[in-house]
Design a protein. Structure first.
Length: 229
């Protein structure tokens, strides 16, 4: 692919962890663990392709409705990600890490680690990784509107909202990938994804590898993007 055909921002809805585990007779959390282990290789691959931003939807505002056992397992996995060697290696490789979503509902230690990583990696430039935690697209828009209203404005423009989103200052997603074959966006990057292309690989997230990523990028590169023209 030429540089013109490479998306600046790729969003990934990491779907299929539970089905992957159940299909192998494993506990659900094993699917989440396997999925978490794939993040590093996909980030590394995206970096080699010249992608500027990659956003992973790791936990939605709806996911709190899952069983306490599964939610507790996910919190444990998030702690492992935020404090473990994977993130350390990425930061050493000039990767910038940011969490997007309402972090206030997470345990304090997870909030603290997320803040620490943001500060530690804030000057890195190779690629920006957004980890969407307790993220909901409608909730993000409401957050942005309320933040803009706090400035005393009584009538908002699109720019007012865009400049208060979790992803403010970032390029909008060109490509959004949802693994496991589910064909819906579920509100991921709802405001930002107006012009995004979507790809729906049939493989579950734990089986999504560099080859599958390249297939999605090649699919994107072959599309004609008109932007309403």
């Amino acid at each position: 692919m030429s540089n013109q055909e490479v998306p600046k921002h790729v969003g990934i809805i990491m779907d299929g962890n539970r089905r992957w585990a159940r299909g192998r007779g494993l506990a659900v959390f094993k699917g989440h663990e396997e999925g978490a282990d794939h993040i590093e290789s996909i980030v590394e691959h995206a970096k080699t392709k010249g992608i500027e931003v990659i956003s992973f939807w790791a936990f939605s505002t709806e996911n709190w409705k899952r069983s306490k056992l599964e939610v507790d397992a996910l919190m444990r996995i998030f702690r492992t990600i935020l404090t473990g060697p994977m993130v350390t290696r990425l930061i050493q490789k000039d990767v910038k890490i940011k969490t997007i979503g309402d972090m206030s509902q997470f345990p304090q230690d997870i909030q603290d680690e997320a803040s620490r990583l943001a500060v530690e990696s804030e000057n890195n430039e190779a690629i920006l990784v957004n980890l969407a935690l307790n993220y909901g697209g409608r909730e993000e828009v409401v957050f942005a509107v309320n933040e803009a209203l706090k400035e005393g404005k009584t009538e908002l423009t699109q720019e007012d909202i865009s400049s208060h989103l979790y992803t403010k200052g970032q390029p909008e997603p060109d490509l959004i990938i949802r693994t496991s074959g589910e064909r819906r966006h579920s509100g991921f990057l709802l405001w930002q994804s107006r012009d995004a292309e979507y790809v729906y690989p049939e493989v579950a997230w734990p089986d999504f590898n560099e080859e599958e990523f390249d297939k999605a990028l090649n699919d994107y590169a072959q599309r004609e993007r008109r932007f309403g023209k």
